[in-house]
Ligand binder design. Structure first.
Ligand SMILES: [Zn+2]
Length: 197
C-alpha cells in the first residue's frame, strides 16, 4: 500500500466506506501505465507516463458519470509495481481493470490500438473484444491479442490492457492531445464494459 498516492488512497477508502457504495455501484480500476522512473514511450516531446494521466482521468470521469465507482492506481508521477496494479483491482472487488498505455513506432505511418487479454478468462476475452469494437467505432484499427502476462490474470476483475494509439502517428498524436477525444475514449470503454456485464 505504500505506493498508493494520497488521492488514490482516498478514493479507495471512500469506495470502501461509502454507505452502500460497494453494493450499489460497480467499481472499475483505471490504471495509468508507467510512472516515476518508468517513463514508457517517448515520442518527440510526448512522454507516455505523463500523457496517460489526463487521458485516464477523463476515462474515469466517464465511468463515474455512468454510475461506477472509480479507483485509479495512480494520479501522480509515481512508480507502481505491476503486481500492485493487479492487486488493487482484485482487493477492491473491481468488475474491471483497464490498464492504459500508448505506443510508438519508427514508422510514423503505423497507427492503431492494441488490446491484450488473458485468453483463459472468458470474461476478460469478451471485454477485450468489446473494447476493440468500440475503439474501431472511433476510427482506430485495432489488434486484439492474448498475452500470457501474469498481471492480466484475475479470477474476479475483467482485465484489458489497452495500447490506445501510436504517439508517433501525426493524426493519432493529435487525437491523444485532445481532451474531447479522451472523453470519447471513456465513453467507448464504458460502452464496452456495459456490453459484457
Ligand atoms: Zn506503456
Amino acid at each position: 500500500m505504500k505506493l498508493l498516492t494520497p488521492r488514490a488512497a482516498f478514493l479507495l477508502a471512500a469506495a470502501a466506506v461509502s454507505p452502500g457504495a460497494a453494493q450499489d455501484r460497480p467499481l472499475v480500476v483505471i490504471d495509468p501505465g508507467h510512472g516515476g522512473d518508468e517513463v514508457g514511450v517517448v515520442a518527440g516531446d510526448l512522454i507516455e507516463k505523463d500523457l496517460i494521466v489526463p487521458v485516464s482521468l477523463a476515462i474515469g470521469a466517464e465511468f463515474a458519470a455512468a454510475g461506477y465507482d472509480v479507483v485509479f492506481t495512480r494520479t501522480t508521477d509515481v512508480a507502481v509495481a505491476w503486481d500492485d496494479r493487479r492487486a488493487r483491482a482484485d482487493s477492491a472487488g473491481a468488475v474491471a481493470l483497464f490498464m492504459l498505455h500508448a505506443m510508438q513506432s519508427d514508422d510514423p505511418a503505423d497507427a492503431g490500438a492494441e488490446v491484450y487479454f488473458d485468453e483463459s478468462n472468458e470474461a476478460s476475452s469478451a471485454l477485450a473484444r468489446a473494447v476493440a469494437r468500440e475503439l474501431e467505432g472511433l476510427g482506430s484499427r485495432v489488434l486484439v491479442d492474448p498475452r500470457p502476462w501474469p498481471f492480466l490474470k484475475s479470477g474476479t476483475a475483467r482485465t484489458a490492457m489497452i495500447e490506445l494509439a501510436h504517439l508517433t502517428n501525426p493524426e493519432e498524436r493529435a487525437r491523444m492531445l485532445d481532451p474531447a477525444f479522451h472523453h470519447q475514449l471513456g465513453r467507448a470503454l464504458v460502452a464496452a464494459l456495459e456490453r459484457v456485464r
